[in-house]
Structures are given as C-alpha cells and as structure tokens.
Design a protein around this ligand. Sequence first.
Ligand code: MG
Length: 284
Amino acid sequence: MHFPKQIEIIEVGPRDGLQNESTFVSTEKKQKLVKLLEKTGVQRIETASFVHPRAVPQMADATEMARFSLEQGLSFLALTPNLKALELAIQNNVPQIAVFVGASETFNQKNIRRTIDESLAECTEMFARAKEERLFIRGYVSMCFSCPYEGAISYDQVKKIVSHFARHGVDEISIGDTNGQANPKIIFERFMKLKENFPQTVFVGHFHDTNGLALANILAAIQAGVERFDASIGGLGGCPFSPGATGNVATEKVVSMLHQMGIETGIDEQCLAQASAYTKTLFE
Ligand code: MG
C-alpha cells in the first residue's frame, strides 16, 4: 500500500456543506465557524458562493463572507457558477474560484438548467476571464460515478469534462461522488485512469458518506496517487448529526484516520474538535 507523508485537506463546510442545509445560518455564525476552522491550521477553506441568492438563499452573504475571509488573511475559495458570479467574485478580490459541471447530462440540466456542452462553453469564457485576473481555478466535476437520474456514469462522461478543464489549464479538478454511491474499487480504477490520461493534472477527491464508504474511498484514492481531499466539518451537507446523514465526509473523521496512519495534514485535532462542537450549534 502507498502512504504519502502528507495529504492536503480542503475544508468545504462553510460553502458546499451549508449550501445543502435547509436551515439558514446567519453570517455571524458562519464567520465564527470560519474563524474556528482557520485556527485548526487547514490551509484552504471554501467560504462563499456567488450564486444568485434566489437560487440558494443560504449563500446570499457571499460579499460579506468574501470580505471577512480577506480580512482574516485566508486562502479561500468561492464558487462562481456563471460569468456574472465570476465578475462579483473578482470585484470582491476572491483569490481562488471554483466552477462546476455535472458528468451526468440529466443532473446538469436539472441542477444548472444547461446542457453539459452549454456549461462547458460558459466555463471556457470564465477560465479566460479568471486567468486575466490570475486567479486560482478549481473545476468541480459532480456525479462522477453514478447519478440519481441516470444510474451508472461512465468513465468517458467524466473524461469529457476533465479534458475540457485540463485543456483550459485549471489548477485542480475535484472529482465528486456527489450522491455517495461509489465504492473503493471504482474509485481506485477511475482515478488510476484519470492520472494515466491526465498526468499533469492535480486531482482532488470529493466524497460523500451516504453509504459509510467515504473513508474507504479516500484510502482507495490515495492508492491511486491522490493527495488532496475535500472534507466538511461535522459532515455538513446533508443532514448533519442524524442517523443516515448523507453529507460530505466529515473533516474530523478524515483527519483522525490520516493522523493514525502517520500522514500529516497540518491540522490540529483539538482545534478541529472545537470547530466540530460549534457546528452542532449552527442550526439551533
Ligand atoms: Mg459535496
């Protein structure tokens, strides 16, 4: 087995996590959460989304969150789902942006109301604009293994989007098991193929714990050479702290497993426990 010395964890709780929670969390609480997360030593946090507030009311405070993240001196990511969102992110001096496209045509159309080809065309324009501003670009590919509408997703469906992102020089590509149905075998095989086809590309694993396999999937992805993972404090992004939670893999679980295996993350587990405890109060 392959055990690297170090793995980077990207904390996505304040954005990807909270975006999928139905209860609105105040800006003040979000900022406190980000402060607690920053104290853990995590290097990058996704703190905002410039999506239209009507589409996702939870993210209506993107401007305040971006300003706060800058004041904290954070290296942070903001989701920019379209050109308009990207312009707002630029106006707010966001250093790292993220775009997303679904590998499933049906999911993409239902979620973004565009075909995959339309999404990719808009991404091309966004990449050009983001590069003018010298921004770090993350590309999210969601539903990379299966989809609630289409069932199994083929490697070629994922490859099509990855190759578009790679051709336009994105800085990293986050491969999402968005509905948490993948298993270690498909994770290992798919990442091995991606690394073979795109040897220059930096891949990130973005796993959900729906079937309790997220940690096993992380271990499988590590075997395929992946050294960056998204994780969400408290498993935010589904139904946190309740049985059958379907959120993102919890940061505290990932960090604990990696540290037990002697893999460094630069994250302090005690501080992480404090952030996790605070997460439980977000919905009170
Ligand atoms: Mg997610």
